[in-house]
Design a protein around this ligand. Structure first.
Ligand SMILES: Cc1cc2nc3c(=O)[nH]c(=O)nc-3n(C[C@H](O)[C@H](O)[C@H](O)COP(=O)(O)OP(=O)(O)OC[C@H]3O[C@@H](n4cnc5c(N)ncnc54)[C@H](O)[C@@H]3O)c2cc1C
Length: 405
């Protein structure tokens, strides 16, 4: 792993500036206000603006709606998006997971227009895995799909389908053979969400993020929307699940975030900066600057160490490390601020931009979505320590990738 800083040549610096200027133009205050109010992880103007330039998935070839970016150019783009605090881009990451399966398994005359629309910001995909009965054990899916000629009828409900209300398609796990062993009776579909019989009901999380429960009532889907073989959905899911869990991802060029929890750590970083600024500006009851208070300094120092560990821990361990760091440190930092630390952004008396208050709320969900930290710990035991495959319900969900030595 090469940790050296990269000295950008003139051409890359020019690209960096071009991207920065365009993003500054695009990410206007109303975009952030909308995200704050609705928590969609999506903004039409931003997605279409980036998509029109091929910058939504710039690593894709231009013929597929991308910009033929090299890994270095892609890294520049990602860092510039981070600079904008672009939480709004969450649905871009979600969409990218099923896109690879659509490309691999759908006939190209079906797949190409769908993928191009995604790259151009005109279509979005969400993940229809979890159900009200449980999300860890995806293979236990109960949403039923029954075939009749060229058509399928889908019935059931999916829980936590984040982004369904702004998405064009959902990448849906269905049960097609209830009598087969559970991993062998699953089929994947890409369901257009405007199909009659689909009802989307919003759920607002503690952090303000919007997610959904989606009901499927006699939803009729043509067989062309099937992804992969009938009852072979488990192998279709391997790629997207591995990518989500950072299993088998090549990081040797040093141009990707080391940790899949890096996004959590960026939220922690915002909080650390806010508390440091507060300490510099605030005096304690004894008249001394809070920045000189040993307890404040120790806690800020400890939080920064946790942040560094979180962003530099690779593979599934990074996810756990980053979530644990954010959960623990955001509470400690909020505690340092006292009651004012509980006031959200724009509230009279709130501190800074309300980052610390938000970090604490956001932290709570990070131990759950994309697989819980408990489940991830069991993945680590197998993939990193080489312990035998776990055999409890749900264990196989996260063990699709090759075993690491
Ligand atoms: C904000 C948010 C957004 C989400 N977005 C999506 C989305 O877009 N699409 C989607 O399909 N899902 C989404 N999810 C669902 C998420 O993936 C599940 O919540 C998660 O996988 C856990 O499933 P569950 O909540 O049903 O808990 P369960 O699976 O019922 O688990 C309950 C408890 O048992 C523990 N447990 C279960 N199995 C094991 C095991 N094998 N080893 C150790 N402990 C275990 C869990 O850690 C947990 O504490 C989202 C969830 C949240 C909160």
């Amino acid at each position: 792993m090469d940790f050296a800083l990269i000295d950008l040549d003139e051409e890359h610096r020019a690209l960096q500036l071009e991207i920065r200027e365009y993003l500054t133009e695009l990410f206007t205050p109303d975009v952030f206000a909308q995200e704050h109010e609705f928590g969609d992880g999506f903004n039409k103007k931003v997605y279409e603006g980036l998509g029109a330039r091929g910058w939504l998935y710039p690593e894709l070839p231009a013929t597929q709606g991308g910009a033929d970016f090299t890994p270095l150019q892609q890294r520049i783009m990602d860092l510039e998006l981070d600079r904008q605090d672009a939480r709004i881009m969450m649905m871009r990451g979600t969409s990218s997971l099923p896109m690879s399966a659509v490309r691999k398994y759908m006939p190209s005359d079906m797949a190409e227009p769908i993928l191009k629309a995604c790259a151009q910001g005109q279509a979005v995909m969400c993940l229809g895995y979890s159900e009200p009965d449980g999300g860890s054990d995806i293979a236990n899916a109960k949403v039923r799909a029954v075939q009749d000629g060229d058509m399928w009828t889908i019935n059931g409900s999916k829980m936590w389908t984040t982004g369904a209300h702004v998405s064009t398609y959902t990448f849906l796990v269905t049960r097609t053979d209830p009598d087969a062993p559970k991993h062998k009776g699953i089929t994947m579909f890409l369901v257009p969400l405007d199909t009659p019989g689909v009802t989307i009901q919003g759920i607002r999380t503690f952090s303000g993020e919007r997610t959904n429960i989606v009901y499927y009532e006699d939803v009729q889907i043509h067989d062309r929307y099937r992804i992969g073989g009938v009852n072979d959905g488990w192998s279709v899911l391997h790629g997207p699940l591995d990518a989500e869990h950072s299993i088998g991802v090549d990081m040797s060029d040093g141009l990707t975030d080391l940790s899949i929890g890096a996004g959590f750590c960026k939220v922690l970083a915002g909080s650390i900066v806010e508390v440091a600024e507060w300490a510099n500006k605030t005096t304690g009851p004894d008249g001394r600057s809070m920045a000189e208070d040993t307890r404040v300094r120790e806690r800020l120092g400890a939080a920064l160490v946790e942040y560094e560990a979180g962003i530099n821990t690779p593979g599934p361990m990074g996810r756990v490390r980053a979530s644990d760091a954010l959960v623990k440190q955001s509470a400690i930092l909020q505690d340092l601020l006292g009651p004012a630390g509980l006031l959200p952004m724009d509230e009279e008396g709130s501190i800074g931009n309300g980052d610390t208050e938000y970090a604490h709320r956001f932290a709570q969900g990070t131990g759950t979505y994309g697989g819980t930290v408990e489940v991830f710990r069991t993945i680590i035991a197998q993939h990193v320590l080489g312990l035998p495959k776990a055999s409890y319900p749900g264990s196989k969900v996260f063990l699709a990738g090759k075993k690491k030595s």
